[in-house]
Unconditional design. Sequence first.
Length: 103
Amino acid sequence: MIESSYKQFGADIAASSIRQLRRAAGADEVSKTELAGRVGMSRQTMSAHLNHGDMRLSEFIAASLALNRRPSDLMAAAEDAIGISPTPALADAMRQTEQENQP
């Protein structure tokens, strides 16, 4: 059960990160064709990645850097946008500790 939750969290964060990447490109007025060229892939491949919310981590990092963005900043914004804890087990442990320490 926990493993599938992590897998879903991973998929959600990945898709949201790619949405953040797409927003960053739009904010900088960088077309899919231009971004694809900067990263070294075809426009069709870049378009598929951005539209389907799935790409390899190395491609995400390259695209982020091509937009002069830190990949970690885009991923943090993605986590905030979907409102999930990046580490559910840690968040649960922290909540339990807080409850135990309350008078």
